[in-house]
Design a protein around this ligand. Structure first.
Ligand SMILES: C[S@@+](CC[C@H](N)C(=O)[O-])C[C@H]1O[C@@H](n2cnc3c(N)ncnc32)[C@H](O)[C@@H]1O
Length: 291
């Protein structure tokens, strides 16, 4: 396998500078992808597609250890059994160039479509391609089954983008939900007269009512819980089964502060079960008497 596709330190291309927590996220994704592809291939789906809305350069350099770990697009390209199509989006020009060079060496390169733009605009094109292929599927096949990994740095993925995945195509989701982005910005966003990133994240202003309802109990843990619950409810309104209530996988930074949590949304309970199994390896042991 070409060095661009392996976790080797020196391949001369950009890597994402990441904390140790990124390994946990990517390990859960790797296990999830294994279960998803292994069990869904060979069924009557018109195609099995992988969508990465924020792909990054393809490799992460773990700052605490100097270790190099493969990023989400390369994990998806290295699964034992391939997806039929890979839609990879990365907005930053230099990061995109490294991503493009790396994935060009994959023996699945002919299955990859790359987008160097904002995922909130690329999503319509991706949905249109998949809808087009589904319209021309062979007799007796179901529509395609899609999986999207949504791994933002903060609050940049709009609700409309999630709704496109939930309504226009059949697409399971694993979402990095930036709880720290929310707790950092919510007090200012709440008093802002303008449309804020949190308004776009939820696609409406209802979060303000839920935030108000917390009254004087606006500590971070209460805000996180309320916002995860609201987001999960919106996913459920798109006919998703979700990991909620309380099934999110929390990712902490090196100071034990919550950075984000991983949420799974699937049109079938099996997808959520796959995620729970993949995440279970990283759950801290439960003490008796503590939920
Ligand atoms: C957390 S990183 C993704 C890491 C990657 N999934 C991995 O596993 O290594 C987020 C990436 O999204 C890119 N990005 C930020 N805003 C974006 C947007 N609106 N659309 C597409 N990509 C974006 C950033 O340049 C960054 O590379």
């Amino acid at each position: 396998m070409h060095k661009y596709l392996q976790p080797e330190a020196e391949d001369g291309l950009l890597m994402r500078d990441s904390g140790k927590y990124a390994k946990e996220k990517l390990s859960i994704l790797r296990h999830f992808l294994y279960m998803f592809v292994t069990s869904m291939r060979g069924k009557s789906w018109a195609a099995l597609n992988y969508i990465d809305l924020e792909a990054g350069p393809g490799k992460n350099l773990i700052r605490e250890t100097g270790e190099v770990v493969l990023g989400s697009p390369l994990l998806a390209l290295n699964t034992e059994h391939p997806f039929d199509n890979y839609f990879l989006v990365e907005q930053d020009r230099d990061i995109f160039a490294s991503l493009e060079q790396r994935v060009s060496q994959s023996d699945r390169a002919d299955k990859i479509v790359l987008f160097n733009e904002d995922c909130n605009s690329a999503i319509d094109k991706i949905a249109a391609v998949i809808e087009g292929k589904d319209r021309h599927k062979d007799l007796g096949r179901w529509d395609s089954l899609n999986f999207a990994f949504i791994d933002p740095e903060g609050l940049e993925v709009h609700w409309d983008t999630i709704a496109t995945l939930g309504k226009r195509i059949r697409c399971d989701l694993v979402i990095n939900f930036s709880t720290s982005g929310i707790t950092r910005n919510i007090a200012l966003a709440y008093v802002s007269p303008d449309e804020t990133a949190i308004d776009r994240l939820f696609g409406n202003r209802k979060w303000r009512t839920d935030y108000e309802r917390l009254g004087s109990r606006k500590e971070s843990s209460a805000v996180r819980r309320a916002m995860i619950n609201l987001y999960a409810k919106q996913l459920q309104n798109l006919s998703y089964k979700t990991t909620e209530p309380n099934g999110e996988h929390i990712i902490l930074n090196s100071r034990n502060r919550q950075l984000y949590c991983l949420l799974c949304a699937s049109k079938h309970q099996l997808g959520v079960d796959f995620f729970s199994q993949a995440a279970a390896k990283f759950k801290p042991p439960q003490l008796p008497g503590f939920a």
